[in-house]
Ligand binder design. Sequence first.
Ligand code: SF4
Length: 335
Amino acid sequence: MSKLLEVKDLKTSFFTHVGEVKSVRGISFSLEKGEALGIVGESGCGKSVTMMSIMRLLQENGKITGGEVDFDGKNITKFNEKEMEKIRGNEMGMIFQDPMTSLNPVFTVGQQLTEHYIKHKKVSKAEADKKAIEMLNLVGIPSPEKRMKQYPHEFSGGMRQRVMIAMALICEPKLLIADEPTTALDVTIQAQILELMKKLKDELGTSIILITHDLGVVADVCSKINVMYGGLIVETGDVREIFYNPRHPYTWGLLGSVPNPKKLLKEKLTPIEGQPPDLLNPPAGCPFAARCKYAMKVCLENQPPLMEIGENHRAACWLNHPNAPKVESPIKKGE
Ligand code: SF4
């Protein structure tokens, strides 16, 4: 596999009337072609801002203040808006939580799919119609010819999300970024959409970044996970490692909320109490210290670096330092 995306020490801030909110504080990760990565964390941890920074869709007061994003060998942080427009929706597709905010209610689904395809691929209307029907078929929408003539409100929530996936994939992007794509859907539809994303990754070789607050959602689709907290990546590793050998207390807390935690946990975990850090004045030490029952003096003073746990597994917690006291993980070891 070769690298499709490389994020190097990315920093993004929002400039508000009360000061600079440092939402992403220096994160680095990469994604291979055909690979699926999950970015997990509570709201406000910086996961969606990371995606918006990559796509360069930040609100007006948001700015990338440091680092670089390389996409398919090009440093796109240097691209102007016109160059980015060519990439967005073409080489990079996106799916958001609420498809109604991304679909235009006054145009039929067919019109929206074909116009998007014609804009990026400069093909004829007939070719675009054919491609749109093929995509609706691929994402499991029955009678696609008939559905092309219908408006978004005539589709159920799950079907609308499928239309969004069809829209995101019609130009055969190299990268699909999905931000909480299933949060608004009920559990059965959620499973179907995730299954569909997995199928598309396997069949089309699309790389995927799946952003979610729910660790359970990434398990089936992704092979790698970044856990974010306080604008930083606090743990990163292969899915198996994160589920069966997590080494950060915040990840332990997140695992307590997966659908079947009994399989993973030795004991019932209490929900993580307290609030995420104020990123107007980020703490000098570990961002999780105020909520962590294992916090030590060093945690308050020094930000822990990502420490090597094993091959493809790193965690930013002082408990992994050789001189740290031994703390037993509440997670059962995977067999
Ligand atoms: Fe807790 Fe310290 Fe580890 Fe942070 S570095 S998660 S405060 S033990």
